[in-house]
Write a protein of this length. Structure first.
Length: 371
């Protein structure tokens, strides 16, 4: 399993511990929690991730290599990505790092803007626009620019404020309009129920000899007791810790051990053997209880998104669609766990943008491993 370097994310998390907080008291904005309150459409499937396993892909993929090299370079890189031919490209700032990247089997690319400059830009954006929901930003490692997006709710004075900040940054900023409105999407991929809410299970994990699973924090904030059926007859687990906003993950203690696999919604399941970091350009899949299995491409990492309920930073941005009820579901590539479905805009009919909580962070925070 790949663990995230603890120094890469230093912001304060809002953590809800269920031993200290009564169920239902973590008050998100009414009506904006993107989860489902409707009859179960999963056919009563239990969240055990049963089924035939699909063939695994090689562990040492181009995406894994690019992410590992970027993590090794730390502040000396603006990030990594896969180019149009699938080659891992890692941005560098000096010849020595370029030689190291080349020797490891990746393509080095000298940055047009220093990582320090890009960090100053994102810090300025955080100060000026973090209170404007429907906005977000991420560094594009391929162009050494910062992409700033706004959804359809950002108009008038709010849009003027975002554009004013962007103009101050000059050509380092690229503005993008996202159709629809950004919102949190409230097993690998199977339905989980509680307090009149439906979300999706992310990954089954172990901490020592105890069994848990991960889901979205905006789900864990409002649900304490989870079941595998809407009627509440099949006990699944109890939320013990939840973090949202800031992050978007929750740890649920399982009633019994779950399989280390993700539901592919075709009678098969994908075995999950490790956790890793996503990289721009990587092909990924998402499993969720509303829309099943969907695929797309990573378009940004370490993204910041301002939901109506609060800001989430360090997110994975993708072209994978999602809908209400998919919250907490698994993002993966082959046998590697990558993230938990957080939120986005659009749907699986017209397409959309979806953000994911990187899975390596809760694994590190909770001292857990994928099972």
């Amino acid at each position: 399993m790949t663990r995230r370097n603890a120094t890469r994310k230093s912001r304060t998390r809002t953590v809800v511990t269920w031993t200290a907080v009564a169920a239902g008291t973590a008050g998100l904005v009414a009506g904006s929690l993107y989860v489902v309150r409707m009859p179960d459409q999963s056919g009563g499937r239990q969240a055990t991730l049963a089924g035939r396993q699909a063939p695994n892909t090689p562990k040492r993929s181009a995406g894994t290599l690019a992410a590992k090299l970027a993590d090794r370079l730390g502040t000396r890189t603006a990030g990594a990505y896969l180019d149009s031919s699938g080659r891992p490209v890692v941005t560098v700032t000096n010849p020595a790092d370029a030689a190291m990247v080349r020797a490891a089997g990746a393509v080095p690319k000298t940055v047009q803007r220093s990582p320090a400059t890009l960090k100053r830009i994102t810090s300025a954006l955080r100060q000026s626009t973090s209170g404007i929901s429907g906005t977000g930003w991420a560094v594009d490692p391929a162009t050494s620019r910062v992409t700033v997006w706004t959804d359809d709710s950002v108009t008038g004075a709010r849009m003027a404020a975002v554009r004013r900040t962007a103009r101050q940054m000059g050509p380092a900023i690229r503005m993008v309009r996202i159709p629809g409105r950004l919102s949190t999407f409230a097993l690998g991929g199977d339905a989980i129920f509680g307090q009149g809410t439906r979300c999706s299970l992310g990954f089954n994990v172990k901490r020592g000899d105890q069994d848990f699973f991960l889901t979205a924090g905006h789900c864990g904030n409002v649900v304490r007791t989870w079941t595998a059926d809407q009627q509440g007859a099949q006990a699944l687990g109890t939320t013990v810790e939840s973090s949202f906003p800031g992050d978007d993950f929750a740890l649920v203690q399982s009633e019994e051990a779950g399989e280390g696999a993700v539901n592919l919604y075709n009678g098969q399941s994908q075995d999950i053997t490790e956790a890793g970091e996503a990289v721009v350009g990587q092909r990924v899949s998402r499993s969720g209880s509303t829309t099943g299995l969907r695929s797309g491409t990573v378009t940004a990492t370490d993204a910041t998104v301002n939901y109506p309920e609060g800001t989430v930073s360090g997110a994975i941005q993708t072209t994978v669609c999602a809908e209400p009820g998919d919250s907490g579901g698994s993002l993966f590539s082959g046998s590697t766990a990558l993230g938990l479905t957080s939120g986005g805009s659009g749907d699986c009919q017209s397409g959309g943008v979806t953000f994911f909580q990187p899975v390596t962070e809760p694994l590190e925070a909770f001292g857990a491993e994928v099972s």
